[in-house]
Design a protein around this ligand. Structure first.
Ligand SMILES: [Zn+2]
Length: 290
Protein backbone atom coordinates (compact mmCIF):
# COMPACT_ATOMS: atom_id res chain seq x y z
CA UNK A 1 0.00 0.00 0.00
CA UNK A 2 1.14 3.52 -0.69
CA UNK A 3 0.38 6.47 1.53
CA UNK A 4 1.12 10.10 0.84
CA UNK A 5 1.69 11.86 4.14
CA UNK A 6 2.31 15.44 3.20
CA UNK A 7 5.08 17.78 2.28
CA UNK A 8 8.06 18.23 4.55
CA UNK A 9 8.28 21.85 3.46
CA UNK A 10 4.79 22.24 4.98
CA UNK A 11 4.93 19.93 7.97
CA UNK A 12 1.65 18.18 8.56
CA UNK A 13 0.43 18.62 12.12
CA UNK A 14 -3.14 17.49 11.62
CA UNK A 15 -5.34 15.44 9.43
CA UNK A 16 -6.94 18.46 7.72
CA UNK A 17 -4.02 19.29 5.46
CA UNK A 18 -3.90 15.79 3.98
CA UNK A 19 -5.65 14.98 0.76
CA UNK A 20 -7.67 12.16 2.29
CA UNK A 21 -7.45 10.07 -0.86
CA UNK A 22 -5.11 7.40 0.51
CA UNK A 23 -5.92 4.27 2.48
CA UNK A 24 -5.60 4.61 6.24
CA UNK A 25 -6.94 1.24 7.23
CA UNK A 26 -4.60 -1.72 7.38
CA UNK A 27 -4.97 -5.35 8.22
CA UNK A 28 -2.98 -7.12 10.91
CA UNK A 29 0.23 -8.36 9.29
CA UNK A 30 0.26 -5.67 6.56
CA UNK A 31 3.35 -3.83 5.38
CA UNK A 32 2.75 -0.20 4.50
CA UNK A 33 5.08 1.95 2.39
CA UNK A 34 4.84 5.58 3.47
CA UNK A 35 6.40 8.36 1.44
CA UNK A 36 6.92 11.95 2.45
CA UNK A 37 7.73 14.18 -0.49
CA UNK A 38 9.84 17.28 0.01
CA UNK A 39 10.61 20.18 -2.26
CA UNK A 40 13.72 20.09 -4.40
CA UNK A 41 16.70 21.95 -3.07
CA UNK A 42 15.76 21.40 0.55
CA UNK A 43 18.45 19.61 2.44
CA UNK A 44 17.07 16.47 4.08
CA UNK A 45 19.06 14.10 6.23
CA UNK A 46 17.08 10.88 5.78
CA UNK A 47 18.85 9.15 8.63
CA UNK A 48 17.19 11.57 10.96
CA UNK A 49 13.59 10.59 10.04
CA UNK A 50 11.84 8.01 12.20
CA UNK A 51 8.25 6.76 12.06
CA UNK A 52 6.61 5.71 15.33
CA UNK A 53 3.40 3.69 15.60
CA UNK A 54 2.34 2.16 18.92
CA UNK A 55 5.86 2.19 20.29
CA UNK A 56 7.42 0.54 17.26
CA UNK A 57 10.00 2.66 15.45
CA UNK A 58 10.99 2.44 11.82
CA UNK A 59 13.73 4.47 10.14
CA UNK A 60 13.13 6.29 6.86
CA UNK A 61 15.32 6.10 3.74
CA UNK A 62 15.82 8.54 0.87
CA UNK A 63 13.81 8.22 -2.34
CA UNK A 64 13.67 10.51 -5.33
CA UNK A 65 12.04 13.69 -4.08
CA UNK A 66 11.54 12.67 -0.47
CA UNK A 67 11.87 9.97 2.17
CA UNK A 68 10.04 6.66 2.55
CA UNK A 69 9.57 4.20 5.34
CA UNK A 70 8.27 0.66 5.63
CA UNK A 71 5.81 0.24 8.47
CA UNK A 72 5.03 -3.24 9.72
CA UNK A 73 1.68 -3.91 11.41
CA UNK A 74 2.17 -6.94 13.65
CA UNK A 75 -0.12 -9.94 13.01
CA UNK A 76 -1.54 -9.62 16.53
CA UNK A 77 -1.62 -5.80 16.68
CA UNK A 78 -4.88 -4.96 18.48
CA UNK A 79 -7.53 -3.52 16.13
CA UNK A 80 -8.16 0.20 16.60
CA UNK A 81 -6.96 3.64 15.56
CA UNK A 82 -3.70 5.31 16.64
CA UNK A 83 -1.43 8.02 15.35
CA UNK A 84 1.59 7.36 13.20
CA UNK A 85 4.07 10.05 14.18
CA UNK A 86 6.96 10.87 11.87
CA UNK A 87 9.77 12.75 13.56
CA UNK A 88 12.99 14.30 12.45
CA UNK A 89 15.72 13.82 15.03
CA UNK A 90 18.64 16.17 14.56
CA UNK A 91 21.24 18.06 16.55
CA UNK A 92 18.63 20.75 17.34
CA UNK A 93 16.32 18.17 18.87
CA UNK A 94 13.25 16.29 17.73
CA UNK A 95 10.68 17.85 15.41
CA UNK A 96 7.39 16.20 14.47
CA UNK A 97 6.88 16.41 10.70
CA UNK A 98 3.67 14.38 10.30
CA UNK A 99 0.88 12.87 12.36
CA UNK A 100 -1.53 10.53 10.67
CA UNK A 101 -4.22 8.39 12.29
CA UNK A 102 -4.00 4.81 11.05
CA UNK A 103 -6.60 2.14 11.72
CA UNK A 104 -5.74 -1.52 12.21
CA UNK A 105 -8.46 -4.07 11.45
CA UNK A 106 -8.54 -7.82 12.11
CA UNK A 107 -6.67 -9.99 9.62
CA UNK A 108 -9.34 -12.72 9.46
CA UNK A 109 -6.68 -15.36 8.99
CA UNK A 110 -8.80 -18.42 9.55
CA UNK A 111 -8.54 -21.32 11.95
CA UNK A 112 -7.12 -24.78 11.42
CA UNK A 113 -8.28 -27.52 13.75
CA UNK A 114 -6.03 -30.54 14.17
CA UNK A 115 -6.17 -33.71 16.20
CA UNK A 116 -2.78 -35.21 16.92
CA UNK A 117 -1.51 -37.89 19.31
CA UNK A 118 -0.69 -36.20 22.65
CA UNK A 119 2.86 -37.50 22.39
CA UNK A 120 3.43 -35.31 19.34
CA UNK A 121 1.94 -32.23 20.98
CA UNK A 122 3.23 -32.11 24.54
CA UNK A 123 6.90 -31.30 24.86
CA UNK A 124 8.95 -32.76 27.71
CA UNK A 125 10.75 -30.33 30.02
CA UNK A 126 14.07 -30.74 28.26
CA UNK A 127 12.62 -30.07 24.80
CA UNK A 128 10.62 -27.12 26.13
CA UNK A 129 13.81 -25.61 27.49
CA UNK A 130 15.52 -26.17 24.14
CA UNK A 131 12.64 -24.52 22.25
CA UNK A 132 12.64 -21.48 24.55
CA UNK A 133 16.39 -21.06 24.10
CA UNK A 134 16.01 -21.30 20.32
CA UNK A 135 13.26 -18.67 20.34
CA UNK A 136 15.58 -16.31 22.24
CA UNK A 137 18.40 -17.01 19.76
CA UNK A 138 16.07 -16.25 16.85
CA UNK A 139 14.85 -12.96 18.38
CA UNK A 140 18.37 -11.86 19.32
CA UNK A 141 19.51 -12.40 15.71
CA UNK A 142 16.88 -9.91 14.51
CA UNK A 143 17.30 -7.04 16.96
CA UNK A 144 19.86 -4.79 15.33
CA UNK A 145 18.91 -2.03 12.90
CA UNK A 146 21.65 -1.83 10.28
CA UNK A 147 21.98 0.41 7.18
CA UNK A 148 19.65 -0.37 4.30
CA UNK A 149 20.89 -3.24 2.09
CA UNK A 150 17.66 -4.08 0.22
CA UNK A 151 17.00 -2.48 -3.15
CA UNK A 152 14.08 -2.31 -5.55
CA UNK A 153 11.47 -5.02 -5.31
CA UNK A 154 11.54 -8.37 -3.46
CA UNK A 155 11.56 -11.77 -5.17
CA UNK A 156 9.82 -14.93 -3.98
CA UNK A 157 12.23 -17.28 -2.18
CA UNK A 158 11.05 -20.39 -3.99
CA UNK A 159 8.97 -21.55 -6.90
CA UNK A 160 5.95 -23.50 -5.81
CA UNK A 161 2.40 -23.24 -4.57
CA UNK A 162 1.83 -20.48 -2.00
CA UNK A 163 -0.31 -22.01 0.75
CA UNK A 164 -1.86 -18.77 2.11
CA UNK A 165 -1.17 -19.93 5.65
CA UNK A 166 0.01 -16.62 7.12
CA UNK A 167 -1.71 -15.88 10.43
CA UNK A 168 -3.60 -19.16 10.52
CA UNK A 169 -4.73 -19.87 14.07
CA UNK A 170 -4.16 -23.48 14.96
CA UNK A 171 -6.25 -25.35 17.48
CA UNK A 172 -4.63 -28.66 18.35
CA UNK A 173 -6.65 -31.16 20.36
CA UNK A 174 -8.98 -28.33 21.41
CA UNK A 175 -6.17 -26.04 22.61
CA UNK A 176 -5.38 -22.78 20.81
CA UNK A 177 -1.73 -22.56 19.72
CA UNK A 178 0.39 -19.71 18.45
CA UNK A 179 -0.68 -18.32 15.09
CA UNK A 180 1.36 -19.27 12.04
CA UNK A 181 3.88 -16.46 11.66
CA UNK A 182 4.96 -16.97 8.05
CA UNK A 183 3.86 -18.10 4.62
CA UNK A 184 4.36 -21.68 3.46
CA UNK A 185 5.39 -22.49 -0.10
CA UNK A 186 5.05 -26.11 -1.12
CA UNK A 187 7.98 -27.27 -3.22
CA UNK A 188 9.86 -30.53 -3.65
CA UNK A 189 12.75 -31.35 -1.36
CA UNK A 190 15.97 -30.03 -2.88
CA UNK A 191 14.37 -27.13 -4.76
CA UNK A 192 16.55 -23.99 -4.51
CA UNK A 193 15.77 -21.34 -1.89
CA UNK A 194 16.73 -17.80 -2.86
CA UNK A 195 17.51 -14.66 -0.87
CA UNK A 196 14.54 -12.33 -1.45
CA UNK A 197 16.83 -9.29 -1.57
CA UNK A 198 20.37 -8.18 -0.70
CA UNK A 199 21.48 -8.59 2.89
CA UNK A 200 23.74 -10.24 5.43
CA UNK A 201 23.22 -13.71 6.92
CA UNK A 202 22.66 -13.29 10.67
CA UNK A 203 21.69 -16.82 11.69
CA UNK A 204 22.24 -20.36 10.46
CA UNK A 205 20.80 -22.93 12.86
CA UNK A 206 19.07 -26.29 13.23
CA UNK A 207 16.12 -25.74 15.57
CA UNK A 208 13.52 -28.11 17.02
CA UNK A 209 10.48 -26.57 15.29
CA UNK A 210 11.98 -24.69 12.33
CA UNK A 211 14.67 -27.23 11.45
CA UNK A 212 17.56 -26.01 9.32
CA UNK A 213 17.03 -22.25 9.30
CA UNK A 214 18.54 -19.11 7.78
CA UNK A 215 17.89 -15.49 8.81
CA UNK A 216 18.94 -12.62 6.53
CA UNK A 217 19.24 -8.99 7.65
CA UNK A 218 18.18 -6.64 4.82
CA UNK A 219 18.79 -3.47 6.83
CA UNK A 220 16.55 -0.85 8.47
CA UNK A 221 15.10 -3.50 10.76
CA UNK A 222 13.88 -5.83 7.99
CA UNK A 223 14.68 -9.55 8.38
CA UNK A 224 13.68 -12.60 6.31
CA UNK A 225 13.54 -16.17 7.64
CA UNK A 226 13.73 -19.46 5.73
CA UNK A 227 12.82 -22.66 7.64
CA UNK A 228 12.72 -26.47 7.23
CA UNK A 229 15.62 -26.49 4.74
CA UNK A 230 17.34 -29.73 3.70
CA UNK A 231 20.62 -27.91 3.08
CA UNK A 232 22.12 -24.50 3.82
CA UNK A 233 24.81 -23.07 1.53
CA UNK A 234 25.63 -19.82 3.38
CA UNK A 235 27.35 -18.91 6.66
CA UNK A 236 26.73 -16.30 9.33
CA UNK A 237 28.23 -13.00 8.20
CA UNK A 238 27.99 -13.77 4.45
CA UNK A 239 26.74 -10.94 2.27
CA UNK A 240 24.15 -12.32 -0.11
CA UNK A 241 22.66 -10.82 -3.24
CA UNK A 242 19.03 -10.81 -4.37
CA UNK A 243 18.13 -14.24 -5.93
CA UNK A 244 21.32 -15.85 -4.57
CA UNK A 245 20.76 -19.49 -3.60
CA UNK A 246 21.08 -19.85 0.19
CA UNK A 247 19.91 -23.45 0.56
CA UNK A 248 17.36 -26.05 -0.49
CA UNK A 249 13.74 -26.83 0.42
CA UNK A 250 13.36 -29.70 2.89
CA UNK A 251 11.34 -31.15 5.72
CA UNK A 252 13.66 -30.53 8.68
CA UNK A 253 12.17 -29.64 12.06
CA UNK A 254 8.54 -30.29 13.01
CA UNK A 255 6.77 -30.62 9.68
CA UNK A 256 4.58 -33.12 7.88
CA UNK A 257 6.28 -32.79 4.51
CA UNK A 258 8.75 -30.75 2.44
CA UNK A 259 7.93 -27.07 2.06
CA UNK A 260 9.53 -23.69 2.65
CA UNK A 261 8.34 -21.64 5.61
CA UNK A 262 9.08 -18.00 4.79
CA UNK A 263 8.83 -15.38 7.53
CA UNK A 264 9.36 -11.62 7.69
CA UNK A 265 10.05 -9.44 10.71
CA UNK A 266 9.96 -5.69 10.27
CA UNK A 267 11.18 -3.69 13.27
CA UNK A 268 9.82 -6.35 15.56
CA UNK A 269 6.48 -6.79 13.78
CA UNK A 270 5.58 -10.21 12.38
CA UNK A 271 4.22 -9.37 8.95
CA UNK A 272 2.84 -11.16 5.92
CA UNK A 273 5.71 -11.80 3.44
CA UNK A 274 3.32 -11.37 0.52
CA UNK A 275 2.25 -7.98 1.87
CA UNK A 276 5.91 -6.92 1.88
CA UNK A 277 6.47 -7.94 -1.75
CA UNK A 278 3.17 -6.37 -2.89
CA UNK A 279 3.61 -3.10 -0.96
CA UNK A 280 7.15 -2.53 -2.17
CA UNK A 281 6.29 -3.50 -5.77
CA UNK A 282 3.40 -1.05 -5.95
CA UNK A 283 5.46 1.71 -4.31
CA UNK A 284 8.32 1.02 -6.73
CA UNK A 285 5.94 1.40 -9.68
CA UNK A 286 4.66 4.75 -8.46
CA UNK A 287 7.70 6.13 -6.71
CA UNK A 288 10.70 4.56 -8.45
CA UNK A 289 12.16 3.33 -5.16
CA UNK A 290 15.91 3.02 -5.57
ZN1 LIG B 1 5.12 -22.60 8.12
Amino acid sequence: MFVLLGCLANPVQGDESLSGAFPRTFKQGDVVVLTLPHRGGESVAPDGFIGRFRGRETPAFPVEGGVSLLLGVDMEEPPGTDELVVEHRGSEGTRVVARVPLTVVAGDFGVQTLSLPEKQVDLDAETLQRVEGEQRTMLTAMQTVTPRAWEGTFVLPSEGQIQKTFGLRRVINGQPRRPHTGEDISAPSGAPVLAINHGTVRLVADHFFSGKSVVIDHGLGLYSMYFHLSAVTVHVGDRVGKTQVIGAVGASGRVSGPHLHWGIRLNGARVNPLSLTAAVSSAARRESLP
